[in-house]
Design a protein. Structure first.
Length: 84
């Protein structure tokens, strides 16, 4: 079997570097840390919105000795028919 390489080629003795370096892992870890820091920086402090409103709830009035009532479960007061 003959050698297919040309000894006059300037790249004849070139051997690519071995891939035992860890630069890829370092770059990947750095990118991951940057993404995590940006995510935390943009996500922290976003609580519920504090908006002013004019919705005033009337104070609860209770009659002493009366059983407690729940606003949505008590029937409306009956109205007596008007008689002339």
């Amino acid at each position: 079997m003959s050698d297919y390489r040309d000894p006059n080629d300037p790249m004849y003795g070139y051997e690519p570097a071995d891939r035992t370096g860890s630069w890829g892992w370092i770059a990947g870890a750095t990118g991951l840390v940057i993404i995590l820091v940006l995510g935390l920086a943009l996500g922290v402090g976003h609580g519920p919105t504090r908006v002013a409103s004019n919705n005033v709830t009337p104070p609860q009035t209770t009659v002493p000795g009366a059983p407690p009532t729940m606003p949505g479960l008590t029937p409306p007061p009956s109205q007596a028919p008007n008689r002339p």
